[in-house]
Design a protein around this ligand. Structure first.
Ligand SMILES: [Zn+2]
Length: 281
């Protein structure tokens, strides 16, 4: 396997803003051995998200991105969010499966698109431990290091956890199968992971660009913003979900006609966010 995590360092003057893209990886490890079709597995990817935000490093903003795919192991889950049903033996560590695991999308996914089993076998404890050690831990170590460096330099650090979502809900999603989602969904776990002014500023900027935007509906943010969002300690973390309908064909995975416009708008948004941050320091 190649390096599991890609860190695009800031190439301009460093800024107290860090991005991460945990779900855009596309390098499928040989030991994955899924039973379902590759085209289905790819539905789990937050396709192209690192590229959509790709203007950031030249503005002094580092991006941490996973190279491994989310269907292999999900960095936006805690290590306890383990599905015992997937394993051929009891897990040796603490297990606290949450709501995501019950819906088949815990640390190691059981289902893709809410209905298709990924495996036709049980996974061994050793292979899951290998995924944690080769992918989950290096991802968190790289993100921790990048945020720590920015915070030690600037005192305060602002972090955006970047994702994309299917434009409609499905059978098992919290919003149900009929829901048409907003273009942007911002998640700050009900105002707990960053200064409310940060969420508000971005919501207003995105709306001014002509996009529909919702906050904490249906996505509030999961493990990554929960781990890092400590506004009282000067660490602000916000999740941003982009609707895939804005930039890609959700079935074929081809880039759509809106790709370049969204990429340019995210570059402008990054610049605006740096302006906001400059006023807070
Ligand atoms: Zn995601």
């Amino acid at each position: 396997m190649i390096e599991p995590v890609i860190v695009r360092a800031a190439t301009g003057a460093a800024a107290p803003l860090v991005l991460d893209s945990p779900h855009s990886g596309t390098v499928y490890p040989a030991d994955f051995r899924p039973a379902c079709a590759p085209s289905l597995l790819r539905q789990a990817e937050d396709a192209y998200v690192d590229e959509l935000w790709g203007a950031a490093p030249a503005m002094g903003v580092a991006i941490v991105a996973a190279a491994f795919p989310r269907a292999y192991i999900d960095p936006n889950r805690s290590l306890e969010d383990m599905d015992p049903e997937l394993l051929d033996a009891p897990w040796p560590g603490p297990v606290a499966p949450g709501d995501k695991t019950n819906r088949g999308i815990g640390l190691i996914w059981r289902l893709v698109n809410a209905s298709h089993p990924i495996y036709d076998r049980k996974l061994t404890v050793a292979e899951v431990q290998g995924r944690i050690d080769r992918c989950w831990r290096p991802y968190h170590a790289a993100l921790d290091r990048t945020l720590d460096e920015a915070q030690s330099r600037f005192g305060t650090v602002w972090h955006i956890d970047c994702h994309s979502m299917q434009s409609r809900g499905n059978r098992l999603s919290v919003d149900g199968p009929a829901a048409r989602r907003a273009d942007f969904v911002l998640g700050d776990r009900d105002g707990t992971t960053c200064a409310p002014a940060f969420t508000r500023f971005i919501a207003e900027r995105v709306a001014a660009m002509g996009y529909s935007v919702k906050v904490n509906d249906p996505y509030k943010g999961v493990e990554i913003v929960r781990r890092h969002g400590r506004p009282q300690d000067g660490r602000h973390s916000l999740q941003i979900e982009l609707s895939r309908a804005l930039y890609m064909d959700e079935e074929s995975h081809a880039r759509g006609p809106g790709f370049a416009k969204l990429q340019a708008d995210l570059a402008a948004l990054t610049r605006d966010i740096l302006g906001f941050i400059g006023k807070q320091q």
